[in-house]
Design a protein around this ligand. Structure first.
Ligand code: SF4
Length: 425
């Protein structure tokens, strides 16, 4: 019998071997609608970002013959996605191309104006919006003008609708793992216990989004954890929560449910922690939760810079938090960003020396990306920020950090961190 189901392709470019959790949520939410589940086939296509092989992606897309395509857009994959979208539009001109994700959401209208291959851009969270778009494109339900949370092109003009209120009850989004949309795999399984972040770090796209925190129920997290930890082949997994040690109550509950489910000595790796808040109680919970490694700042060790980028930093508390975790056997990875306003070459050298002095398991250096929608993007003029408007939006200079110093700081910090990381046992 011929297959008359409409086909949707959800495409992402990820770090090699990883799945897109965001697309897992989109698919699980869409398939929860009985008509969509009956009448559509949704496929997630994940490619390695390192290869960024547009022609290979195009080949798979032509094989699948989709009626609708959604792209998950991040700073690291945007160039590849735009190249792919341009090619897809040439050979499948009638297939609507929808882009969503943190790279395009804050600049939805600009992306539509500059990239005619895109038809719709989602402003923010995609689950409910994408379901409305499926109903609009496949069942002719409603009008695009009435779908909150999108911008779209009509007769060469970009139309911007109002933003959509985020889903309050996160449990309405079925778990991609419990529904079988994503399969838990060793080292590359990501769970989430809440969305949002209470902090406002200037360089982070989370900071430009929801201050209001929304939680999945503990029953839901418990069921996901039981599934993941019940599989002995999974030696470690991750939580993508913005701050794993959000507060002692939440951490205590998570730690307890993780400990109860941990039958095979499964570990949690590279979770994000707010180190100044780490005390003896936090460390007990982290150990109880099975945390083996954490990732944290300081991003810079210069207090003035921290203030400018909206971060709280207390060198003494930070060092103490790192030490407490290390003493408990937890690997601490420290991140530094080059190019922050307030820093300069010598301040970067100081930050590298301070961070090395903490004896972290790894130092991770990155160059500042001035991401759309982030506080630094909004305040770029105030800080004399010059940066590439095209992704990955690398900083070029700012009022304290001229380009030649940024260039030298990147060379110095990367080499120093490389030597340090290689020298570790
Ligand atoms: S860097 Fe972390 S703590 Fe800061 S805003 Fe982003 S997610 Fe929140």
């Amino acid at each position: 019998m011929p297959n008359h189901r409409r086909r949707i392709l959800l495409v992402s470019f990820n770090v090699a071997g990883h799945d897109s959790l965001a697309l897992g949520y989109i698919k699980a939410f869409a398939l929860n609608a009985p008509t969509v589940a009956r009448q559509t086939e949704i496929e997630i296509l994940g490619f390695s970002n390192e290869e960024g092989n547009v022609r290979q992606a195009l080949y798979y897309m032509t094989e699948f013959k989709p009626h609708l395509i959604g792209f998950s857009c991040y700073v690291w994959s945007m160039g590849t996605i735009l190249e792919l979208a341009r090619s897809v539009k040439q050979i499948m001109p009638r297939v609507p191309l929808i882009a969503g994700g943190p790279e395009v959401g804050p600049m939805a209208d600009e992306y539509l104006e500059e990239h005619p291959a895109l038809d719709v851009v989602v402003h923010d969270e995609g689950e409910t919006v994408f379901l409305d778009l499926i109903r609009y494109f496949f069942a002719g339900k409603g009008r695009l003008e009435d779908i909150a949370g999108i911008s779209f092109r009509r007769d060469q003009e970009v139309v911007r609708n109002t933003d959509r209120t985020p889903i309050k009850d996160l449990d309405k989004i079925p778990s991609p793992y419990l529904t079988g949309v994503l399969t838990p795999r060793d080292g590359v399984t990501y769970l989430q216990s809440f969305r949002g972040c209470p902090f406002r770090c200037g360089f982070c796209y989370e900071a430009g989004r929801h201050k209001m925190l929304r939680f999945f129920s503990y029953e839901r997290v418990k069921a996901e954890v039981a599934l993941v930890m019940g599989d002995p082949s999974i030696r470690s997994f991750h939580f993508v929560d913005s701050v794993f040690n959000l507060n002692p109550k939440h951490l205590g509950k998570l730690a307890s449910l993780l400990q109860k489910a941990n039958r095979y000595n499964t570990g949690l790796r590279t979770i994000e922690v707010f180190t100044e808040q780490v005390d003896e109680e936090t460390v007990r919970y982290l150990i109880q939760a099975g945390v083996q490694s954490v990732e944290t700042g300081p991003q810079t060790a210069i207090a003035e810079t921290q203030k400018r980028i909206g971060r709280y930093f207390d060198a003494e508390k930070f060092s103490r938090g790192v030490r407490l975790m290390q003493e408990a056997g937890i690997d601490v990875w420290c991140d530094l960003i080059i190019g922050l306003p307030g820093d300069n070459f010598f301040r970067c050298v100081f930050s590298v020396a301070y961070t090395m002095g903490l004896g972290p398991a790894r130092i991770v250096i990155s160059i500042l990306h001035v991401l759309p929608g982030t506080p630094l993007f909004e305040k770029a003029e105030r800080f004399g920020m010059a940066f590439d408007p095209a992704p990955p939006h690398y900083v070029i200079a700012n009022d304290s950090f001229p380009f030649d110093q940024i260039y030298n700081a990147v060379l110095f910090s990367s080499s120093a961190a490389k030597e340090y990381n290689v020298a570790l046992p």
